[in-house]
Design a protein around this ligand. Structure first.
Ligand SMILES: Nc1nc2c(c(=O)[nH]1)N[C@H]1C(S)=C(S)[C@@H](COP(=O)(O)OP(=O)(O)OC[C@H]3O[C@@H](n4cnc5c(N)ncnc54)[C@H](O)[C@@H]3O)O[C@H]1N2
Ligand code: MOO
Length: 383
């Protein structure tokens, strides 16, 4: 007796949940090998990046407030006190020769109201902003960067060849300054559970020093074709043979979802041989779902249900009141000390894409198990 489609879905859901809950679901793997994998838990940043305020441009770190009156008519002149590049922990000052403070031009032209040159520091893109700079009792806060292109170099001044630079418009507060934590602050979510890892995530994780991620285990699906008449696609085939078209289709369909597949080959219409092969394969490898094609109808050689029982498996449903795909069988069977899911798909090429999820996320697994029915065009309920 066939059961209703809705009943089949309910059974599938309950069994899939049960199976999923008894199997280990996630792996911890290097982020750099995790492309396409699904994270099984939220990933949070433990640090901030950038780690410190950095310059977004090559130019000069200046105190913006002191440049307020810069204009083409009244250029604002600064003396370059040092240089800082990405990777430097502090400013390299030009030393005594170039850094003697409070030098004055006799005409006072390039001095501030105290008769001193305003300091600045040459800064490279990505360099940390210099800390507060104290010179002769004055504290300078280099809060902004003026681009190299917006600065004019003036002739070096003897005797120590100090470099003076001038600008002709004010610099805005924090101009060209990237804030610490601008990309990620400490505690920010980098990825959310069930997100697929893309190249951009690998980049973000790398920038935060997160080397390993917890991902849902990739589902492993074993595929078995049944039938004495079935031969491999590359075999020479007599007119009573049928080339195995189902397993290549299933392999490709599953692999396109990132699922690992194992092809256990063609097994003739022989329940005992089926039992031996499936048992020894399940003993040697952790498989989540076994999918067979053929041999689920009611003919003399349709042995799959019998084979499943001999393996200690249980049929949860066999035959759903829908066409095509009417004789579909679903159950589970022992696999080591756990149980794995079992789908016995009916015959014909192409009309059954058993497409469970790429990952062993229990919720996803259930949804994707439904797809096995849906993609079989089983949605058209038969009466
Ligand atoms: N008396 C009844 N007979 C059938 C019924 C029924 O209710 N009463 N249901 C029919 C329906 S519906 C279907 S669907 C099929 C299901 O048959 P099986 O799943 O048992 O499949 P087989 O008999 O093994 O093969 C049928 C057909 O498909 C070809 N085949 C099988 N495997 C492959 C493969 N890997 N690659 C290519 N082709 C394959 C096989 O050679 C047969 O031609 O049962 C109806 N019968
Ligand atoms: O159920 Mo069958 O041919 O109708 O797939």
């Amino acid at each position: 007796m066939a059961i209703l489609y809705s009943e089949a879905l309910a059974i599938l859901e309950a069994s899939a949940k049960h199976i999923a809950s008894t199997r280990h679901t996630s792996d911890r793997i290097p982020a750099r090998s995790a492309l396409g994998r699904i994270v099984s838990q939220d990933v949070f940043s433990l640090v901030q990046t950038p780690a410190a305020d950095t310059s977004a441009m090559d130019g000069y770190a200046v105190q913006s407030a002191s440049t307020l009156h810069a204009s083409p008519e009244t250029p604002f002149v600064m003396r370059v006190e040092g240089i800082v590049a990405a990777g430097d922990s502090s400013v390299k000052t030009f030393g005594n020769q170039n850094c003697t403070s409070k030098r004055r031009r006799t005409d006072g032209e390039w001095m501030d109201s105290h008769g001193e040159f305003t300091p600045c520091v040459e800064i490279m893109t990505g360099a940390r902003f210099p800390a507060l700079y104290v010179e002769g009792g004055t504290t300078w806060n280099f809060d902004a960067c003026v681009r190299l292109e917006d600065v004019q170099l003036l002739p070096l001044i003897p005797p120590d060849q100090s470099q003076l630079v001038q600008i002709v418009k004010p610099v805005k507060a924090r101009q060209n300054r990237r804030s610490a934590g601008e990309d990620f602050a400490e505690g920010d979510a980098v990825m959310r559970r069930r997100q697929a890892i893309g190249p951009q995530h690998v980049m973000a994780l790398a920038s935060l020093g997160i080397a390993n991620v917890e991902v849902f285990r990739t589902l492993k699906v074993a595929i078995v074709s049944t039938g004495n008449e079935i031969v491999s696609p590359d075999a020479s085939a007599a007119d009573f043979h049928v080339r195995d078209a189902n397993s290549p289709f299933l392999e490709m369909a599953l692999q396109s979802l990132g699922i690992e597949t194992r092809n256990w080959g063609v097994i003739g219409d022989d329940a005992s041989r089926f039992v031996d092969i499936v048992k020894s394969k399940l003993d040697s490898e952790d498989i989540d779902i076994v999918v067979t094609t053929g041999a689920v109808s009611c003919g003399r050689y349709d042995f799959v249900e019998e084979g499943l029982a001999k393996l200690g498996g249980q049929t949860r449903f066999h035959r759903v009141a829908v066409r095509p795909g009417h004789p579909i069988l679903f159950g589970d069977l022992p696999a080591g000390d756990q149980r794995c899911a079992f789908f016995g798909l009916p015959d014909g090429t192409g009309d059954h894409a058993a497409l469970p999820s790429a990952s062993f996320d229990p919720t996803d697994f259930v949804e994707r198990s439904h797809d096995i029915l849906r993609r079989n065009n089983l949605c058209a309920l038969a009466s």
